[in-house]
Structures are given as structure tokens and as C-alpha cells.
Design a protein around this ligand. Sequence first.
Ligand code: ADP
Length: 229
Amino acid sequence: MADETPVLYLRGIQRRYRQGTDTLDVLKGAELAVWAGESIALIGPSGAGKSTLLHVAGLLEHQDEGEVYIAEAPTSELPDHERTRIRRTQIGFIYQFHHLLAEFSALENVMLPQMIGGLPRGEARARASELLSYLGLRDRLKHRPAELSGGEQQRVAIARAVANAPRLLLADEPTGNLDPRTSAHVFGALTQLVRASGLAAIIATHNMDIAQKMDRRVTLRDGLVVEVE
Ligand code: ADP
């Protein structure tokens, strides 16, 4: 059964950076499993290694030791083009700043990753329209990012991240630059989507109100993932 297999399993992840003549051990054997439909808040102070963990989990960075399993398949020995394919087809990213394409409408921003993935324009448009409507942006489809509020831009970024129906959603402070009310609103939309679509999600956040609403909370302590209440 699919549910017996985590969507993401991080096993013994070590990651170190060279800083001048020193090495900084950021992850020292981090372990984490995330199942479908589960949302995990990744909390902890700046510099603890949250972004590093998300980059390794999202195959954007190579770990030094350990293994990243996506749906049971180990990824560390795969060639770059295979890692890129997995990233494109199975993983969605949301960043603190939306990185939407300024020249394109909300609808087009959500259509593009699907068309790059090979979906015909009509189908991409239908799915983009459905997702944006689900996120409360039915009346904003034709707007360009500059014509949208911060919260609306971030909801477009959420729609774009899930447009290709990934299994895993990774978000790095997705509401970090929004005011608390907008942040709560955007976050509500995000968790609703995670539950409805059966995604597995890890969301790094400083916002404890948001973290409390998620299924589990973890933090990084001395390079290891530990569960918190
Ligand atoms: P967080 O997301 O929790 O703020 P990061 O994962 O961004 O933490 O960073 C963890 C530590 O690793 C920090 O001390 C940061 O300066 C360091 N670091 C991150 N990326 C690099 C890099 N590419 N080169 C050197 N040091 C880095």
C-alpha cells in the first residue's frame, strides 16, 4: 500500500560547508520521513540549517553523507538529468519571495511549468484556472504579478508549485514577508490544498501559530531533526 511508504525519507543526512579554512557541519545525520497528506512545520532559529535541509530534500543540493529517498527510490547516485526530472515531476517549491515572471499573467505563470512538462496548452490552462480559483483568485487570472497584492502573489506561487501535481511540497518561509493576517490567509489556503491533494509537505516557518496548525512540528538541534510539541 502506498501509505506504508513515505513520500520522502531522509536517512543519515550530513551536510557541511567550507568556510575559509574551517568546515561548518550543518546537518550531522538528520533523519526525517514524511507521508502523503502530511504537513510538517520545520521551525528553528535562523542559521539552524532549515534551508539546507530543504535544498537537500528537494535535490537542489547534494548531501555529503546519507541518502534521500523519494517514494522509496534512492537519489544520490542518479545522474543530474534524472535528479532534475524528479525535481520537475515530483517536487514543488515555494520560496519566501514568489519569483513569479513579471511579464506573464497569474494564469500563464501557473500554466508554464505544466507546458514545460509537456501538457497541451488547453489542459494546462484548465488546471491553472482551477487551481487559482481554488485559492480564491478566480477574478485575478489575467493580472500580472505587479497588479496583485503580496498575499495574492504568494497564492499564485503556491498554485505554480503544485501545478504539476508533485508528491512533495517544500516551502521555505512561504509567508515570511507578509503581514500576519495575510500570512494566516495564505497559509490556510496552503494547508487546505495539502490535505485535499494528498501531498506531503515540509514548510519552514518562524510563525508558531502557523506551525501549531500543522500535523507535526520538527526542529533542527545540533544538526539533527527532532520532534517538538
Ligand atoms: P536556516 O535556513 O535555518 O536559516 P541555512 O540552512 O540557510 O539555515 O544555513 C545553515 C548554516 O549554513 C548557516 O550558518 C549558513 O551561514 C551556512 N551556509 C548555508 N549555505 C552555505 C553555503 N553555500 N556556503 C557556506 N555556508 C553556508
